[in-house]
Design a binder for this molecule. Structure first.
Ligand SMILES: O=C(O)CC[C@@H](O)C(=O)O
Ligand SMILES: [Zn+2]
Length: 540
């Protein structure tokens, strides 16, 4: 038995990951890619503003607009212009339309106003005003989310942070970056790499997503297995609260046990408690040797065993362990340009991408090669290839990172982002396949090393029938296995009413109390994260 392509050249694969979701050319620092934004309109029910929209992928009836919110008027617009200037207040229908819709074309609001603040002070003035007028606000970063969290549901004012994109400082002794929230992740990556460091997170949307949005959604991504979550890597934040108060928690200290660590409230609360305006984040040292292998396995049990073996054999140099089923590879080959299957000889059931990153090139290579040969001898790996150069490594990553992008090209996609104990993780994919039969294609992939499954169900168009096969089954099954219905994408609009599948009534009630304390007029990102019933005035 041997690897299809075996042996590494002297290439060191350091910056092999390119960005696949690019900046929106029209708006340079925010919004989904323009071609996606245009295509999105095909799925929307109604393109006109001010009409209640129905969003797809949720079995629930459309959420009614809360009549307690004020309706935007011309005095409001004049006030915003006095704070942000004419360029910071966008009413142009085409530009607002881009910000109203998520990149999948699934969630679409009816806002008539997009605000582009350039400083914390401007965000503070905008929020203080909106709070006093009770105008609802949706904070927005790169708008690459998957749960409808970053677009309005009705006529909320959109506050996009893309204009706040300055790097404030970099401590190159400790690797601590301080920057504004609107910095695009890929730009930060390039910046810190030039200083000899890397960002602790990496995701397919890096070319558009912004660090403030990453923090607000507690984005996980491809480096989680090695560097852990943003709760660990974010050292400090500056946040503007709903009433305009600026909360300065922008510490760069590694250790600080003075009272409650409030920053954690804003990591993952999806802009519902405040708007993140500045960030300090720990960046790990960039290591000189990176290797990427693309492998196939005949069954899911082998993938699991391979993960355990990788943890044991590769230890600290393991930096990614991603898996995808055959359906994902087929999808990627059909819809992504310029990629090829590195293992085309026979179709396997599962594919695994393993990356190692370390400081000793010959040691790292030898370790990975020995591990792969042993895994083949043990029957865990059916076939495999180690990237010989940067372009091969890019191709491997392009396949894995491109699945999400390819999935929206089919027509309709129902996306679920689940944490499930690894030994059960693929069971739900198979059960889902037998439920939907040939009415939809079911894909399973994700961050196996973190127990995070991305379950995508694809069909040519959205249908209530298919949705009824999926929900509530997917949530009940996950809850029954003590999993999480949102591993890394957040709850947004899609799952706000489903939180009870993963959190106890007491926990939801405490969250609602925190929300009411911090945003008593409920202006920040309404209809998202928490169920409407928990936030009603009668509750608490
Ligand atoms: O689109 C999805 O379902 C997953 C997106 C992203 O989290 C990924 O890991 O590729
Ligand atoms: Zn993911």
């Amino acid at each position: 038995m041997s690897l299809t392509q075996y042996g590494l050249t002297n290439h060191t694969l350091t910056s092999q990951r390119r960005s696949y979701w690019t900046l929106c050319p029209q708006h340079s620092s925010f919004g989904p890619p323009a071609e996606i934004a245009t295509k999105e309109a095909q799925h929307s029910v109604d393109d006109s503003f001010g009409v209640q929209q129905r969003t797809f992928g949720s079995a629930a009836e459309p959420i009614q607009r809360n009549p307690d919110y004020s309706v935007l008027n011309s005095d409001d617009v004049s006030y915003f212009k006095s704070i942000l200037g004419d360029n910071g207040v966008v009413q142009d229908k085409d530009r607002v339309a881009v910000a109203n819709v998520d990149w999948m074309g699934k969630y679409k609001g009816a806002s008539q106003l997009l605000l582009l603040p350039k400083s914390t002070n401007e965000v503070s003035k905008v929020l203080a005003y909106c709070d006093s007028r009770r105008l609802a606000v949706v904070p927005q970063g790169g708008n690459t989310g998957l749960v409808g969290g970053s677009v309005p549901v009705h006529d909320e004012v959109i506050v996009n942070l893309g204009g706040m994109d300055k790097i404030i400082s970099f401590d190159n002794v400790n690797g601590i970056l301080t920057c504004e929230a609107g910095c695009v992740l890929e730009n930060l990556s390039t910046f810190v790499e030039n200083e000899g460091f890397i960002m602790p997170l990496d995701l397919g949307a890096k070319g558009s997503c912004q660090i403030g949005g990453n923090i607000s959604t507690n984005a996980g991504g491809l480096r989680f297995i090695r560097y852990g979550s943003l709760h660990g890597n974010v050292l400090g934040l500056e946040v503007v609260l709903a009433n305009g108060t600026v909360l300065d928690m922008l510490t760069t200290l590694r250790k600080d046990n003075t009272g409650y660590d409030l920053k954690h409230l804003f990591v993952g609360s999806e802009g519902s408690l405040g708007i993140v305006t500045k960030v300090s984040i720990l960046t790990p040292a960039k290591l000189p040797s990176t290797n990427v292998a693309f492998l196939s396995c005949n069954d899911y049990m082998s993938c699991q065993k391979l993960l355990l073996a990788a943890r044991r054999s590769l230890g600290e140099i393991l930096s990614a362990f991603e898996f995808m089923d055959r359906q994902c590879i087929d999808l990627a080959m059909t819809h992504l340009e310029g990629v090829h299957n590195p293992l085309p000889v026979s179709p396997y059931k599962f594919y695994v991408l393993i990356e190692t990153t370390g400081s000793d090139e010959s040691y790292d290579k030898a370790k990975l090669e020995a591990f792969l040969l042993r895994s083949m001898e043990d029957g865990l790996v059916a076939d495999g290839v180690i990237a010989q150069d940067i372009s091969q490594a890019s191709n491997f990553w392009r396949i894995r990172e491109g699945i999400s992008e390819a999935s929206v090209k089919v027509g309709a996609v129902y996306k679920y982002d689940l944490s499930i104990p690894v030994e059960k993780l693929y069971d739900i994919v198979e059960e889902m396949r037998s439920r939907v039969g040939d009415t939809a294609e079911v894909l399973g992939y994700g961050h196996l090393g973190d127990g995070n499954l991305h379950l995508n169900i694809l069909s040519s168009k959205y249908s209530d029938n298919i949705l009824a096969q999926i929900e509530p089954f997917v949530y009940e099954w996950t809850a029954g296995h003590r999993g999480s219905i949102s591993a890394e994408h957040g709850l947004g609009l899609m799952k706000a009413e489903k939180i009870h599948y993963s959190k106890s009534p007491e926990a939801v009630q405490l969250m609602a109390s925190i929300k009411k304390l911090m945003d008593p007029n409920s202006i920040l990102n309404p209809y998202k994260v928490l169920p409407q019933s928990a936030l009603s005035p009668e509750q608490g």
